[in-house]
Design a protein. Structure first.
Length: 159
């Protein structure tokens, strides 16, 4: 079976073999509509930033523990994704630290979190399908990989 990433909308009968590909395939089934996909390409990184900010505001170690646990999950799926997520996480932490230094971390994080989730649900309303994480919470970690996979496809990078 061919496990190369698809550029067309996923088909339910074309399930890939690798776990990371199977997760992305399933996630992609509820993110076919171009507007929903575009919303997710912006909202998922925004939610990642806001969640990092909220955890950091509670205690910086919480953000680091969350990232550590996420990296363990990603490492079980793909080393290339793990490396990219380490880079993304580092950037998120730097932005969060800058927001904290300016004293705006909590209000910005709350605002971004709420607005991004509203847009996510608008996207799913347009799509006509429920978010994948309603079936399985691990899809909250697959969402960022979905965004990366779209970037990788554009760059011709295999994960």
């Amino acid at each position: 079976m061919n496990t190369t990433p698809h550029t067309a909308a996923p088909d339910e009968d074309d399930a890939p073999e690798r776990r990371v590909d199977a997760l992305l395939h399933h996630y992609g089934l509820s993110h076919i509509h171009p507007t929903n996909e575009a919303i997710h390409m912006v909202a998922i990184p925004a939610i990642m930033l806001s969640l990092t900010g909220l955890l950091f505001a509670l205690h910086p170690a919480l953000a680091l523990v969350f990232f550590g646990a996420s990296m363990v999950y990603y490492a079980r799926l793909s080393w290339r994704f793990t490396g990219c997520m380490l880079l993304v996480s580092s950037v998120l932490l730097a932005v969060v630290d800058a927001l904290d230094a300016r004293g705006v971390l909590v209000p910005v994080s709350v605002l971004v979190f709420v607005v991004a989730w509203i847009f996510q649900f608008i996207g799913h309303r347009i799509e006509g399908k429920k978010p994948s994480f309603f079936e399985d919470l691990q899809y909250l970690w697959v969402g960022p990989l979905f965004v990366l996979s779209k970037l990788f496809l554009r760059l011709g990078v295999r994960w």
